[in-house]
Write a protein that binds this ligand. Structure first.
Ligand code: ZDP
Length: 279
């Protein structure tokens, strides 16, 4: 069977988007998503995103598969791409969408300058919610030691629906991400695995970040990770509640607002459309 798709990216974090409005289940399997994401034998992407009908009064449901076929709860760059994709399907009849995700209702808004501003909801900080066994279930993990690759790292854990383990470093460029990323991802203290972010505080309102993503490896950007990094920075007194987060693929504006919700603003770009075999 051939399925049509549109390829998008948010700061180089790229996704294959599929119109799945006419079914309540994903029209491709995790195994097909793995094949489509392959950059040599497939379309090439960090993940596949399916736009399904809304639930509980929302406009749409977003399901996403990582390039390894696992299904994350949320995806920050992906939801900006999803907002543009569904606006295009709908003929641009609305600018704000309520999207059902496994991390709750997320609300992207298309802004006048062509970017997407997303209400990413509340960060979750308790160890049970990350989840991690690094602290008692009802405790937060802020600046705690974690042994990885024979070295002690000081980590802070934040869930944006999906798990993030954040480490502040002097020089993000010097971190051997390829080597240590998998060891963070699969560390025994993270039962659902984790995304791992390494953050350099350039100024109190400017962070530089590199990310190793759960299920996808090194990517050029991670929206949920940028939100988690800002929260971790505030909790460690290292940054302001509003900052620019620079990723290898470009910059996101992140704000932890007075209502305690995270707001992320950044681009989403359509690249090309096509059709691929899903077998
Ligand atoms: O949590 C995970 O398994 C991530 N790989 C999901 C994807 C996160 C993403 N990069 C983002 O921008 O939040 C899409």
């Amino acid at each position: 069977m051939t399925i049509e798709f549109v390829k998008y990216h948010g700061l180089g974090n790229d996704f294959i988007l599929v119109d799945n409005r006419h079914g309540s289940e994903p029209c491709i399997t995790p195994e097909q998503a793995v094949k489509w994401c392959d950059r040599h034998f497939g379309v090439g992407a960090d993940g596949v995103i399916l736009a399904l009908p809304g639930q509980d009064g929302t406009d749409y449901t977003m399901r996403i598969f990582n390039s390894d076929g696992s299904e994350p709860e949320m995806c920050g760059n992906g939801i900006r791409c999803m907002a543009k994709f569904v606006a295009n399907l709908d003929g641009y009849t609305q600018t704000v969408y309520r999207i059902h995700t496994l991390a709750g209702v997320i609300t992207p808004e298309l802004t006048a300058d062509g970017q997407v501003r997303v209400d990413m909801g509340l960060p979750r900080l308790l160890a049970a919610d990350i989840p991690t066994t690094l602290a008692a279930p009802d405790q937060k993990v802020i600046n705690q030691p974690l042994e990885v690759a024979g070295q002690s790292w000081s980590v802070t854990c934040v869930s944006m629906g999906n798990p993030h383990c954040i480490t502040f470093v002097e020089d993000a460029a010097a971190i051997p991400l390829e080597a240590i990323g998998p060891q963070f991802e699969h560390h025994a203290v993270f039962p659902q695995r984790t995304n791992a972010e390494f953050i350099q505080v350039v100024r109190a309102n400017y962070l530089k970040m590199r990310v190793w993503e759960r299920g996808a490896g090194i990517t050029l950007a991670c929206g949920t990770g940028a939100c988690a990094a800002l929260v971790a920075g505030v909790l460690n007194d290292l940054c302001e509640r509003r900052a620019t987060v620079e990723l290898p693929g470009g910059c996101l504006e992140i704000e932890w607002a007075d209502d305690q919700r995270l707001y992320m603003t950044g681009p989403a770009t359509q690249v090309f459309g096509g059709a691929a075999e899903a077998i």
